[in-house]
Design a binder for this molecule. Sequence first.
Ligand code: AMP
Ligand code: GLY
Length: 424
Amino acid sequence: MNILLLGSGGREHALAWKMAQSPRCDKLWASPGNPGIAEHAECVELDAGDHDAVAEFCRANAIGLIVIGPEAPLVDGLADSLRGAGFAVFGPSKAAARLEGSKSFTKELCERAGIPTAKFVRCTSLEAGWGALKKFDPPFVLKADGLAAGKGVVIAETREEAQHALAEMFEGKFGPAGSEVVIEQFLTGEEASFFALTDGEAIVPLGSAQDHKRVGEGDTGPNTGGMGAYSPAPVLAPDLEARAMREIIEPTVKAMREEGYPYSGVLYAGLMLTPGGPQLIEYNARFGDPECQVLMMRLESDLVDLMLACAEGRLGEIERPALSGDFALTVVMAAEGYPDTPKKGGAIDLGEAEAQGAKVFHAGTKREGGALTANGGRVLNVTAQGTSASEAQRAAYAAVDAIDFPTGFCRRDIGQREVRRERG
Ligand code: AMP
Ligand code: GLY
């Protein structure tokens, strides 16, 4: 089968690497792809905003499955257009992708379906927001409603800070994403990410992970897209995972189906493990980046089989995904200046990084002639496996140390919380 993968990050490199291992994959195309993806796929430049052009490419190249990696084209309805043109697509429709594209949609769905999540108020004006703040105690959690590249959440310690942040949101700091704001109760606990595949009816768990959002060691400095991740997340113990499935994922998929916008694809739940049980922080309508990299390293099943079964509504008929019992851990190597203004063009020599079984996924690289250079904020995702978090951490950093990337940096403490727990 010919497959088209849309996207260009480390997440998509991990998906391409895994899909290319499937006996069902004859020819893999990627758009726009990156130099790492190009090792498994032929890269083409398609305009994901031009749905007809993507469909035309798929017709001309007899594409049997289209995999949409990032959220923006999903929220833009690309999956609907391609399904309408007769193609099998892995990824939710525009209406279903509102689980990521609109915080207020998700919060109201949770309310209707009785899904545990922080209490909230939806505000459509600054005045309403100021009024709503009175119903909450600090710290205040403010969220721009729409897609804001992971930057739309502000946690304010004081009422003044919250008022200031609200004003910035309504003045357009996050563009149209901030024309509506959700204010919610602050939850305490440890965070974990949980992934499930669904075709709208059947649901299968795909494992857990934890990521490290802050740029600096010890979780300091500004938020990023994620500086590293590991899987599984043992804090999401089997009983908590079962509760998350029963109390959060299953009622969500059921409500989406019953309300007329069945969700199909991967559902990524950001969970807060509170003393009272798991609560939903947010949904994403796609794989996490870099969580996908560690999940793909642990996935033993055929990814193409799973994605096609989701796309064709046959997920209940095939075997559940099998994941290795090992840990996988990924360290993000970013370009100096990330997350503000990452330095482009720095030389990269991967050396013998993959010699011991590690895998270096490309997130933001460019190949000019033979030379590999940095071309983004997050540049490389150095990923390794081990029988424990400590082993996976050691293997990942051994691979990091084999890479020569003078204008790059990474956190040296990815997975540290788990390593400390293992040491007791
Ligand atoms: P989100 O983009 O919704 O995942 O939010 C980004 C981050 O903000 C989360 O990973 C949490 O660390 C934090 N956060 C979001 N909502 C809450 C909440 N209600 N209580 C505490 N922390 C939160
Ligand atoms: N690593 C967080 C995300 O993909 O949204």
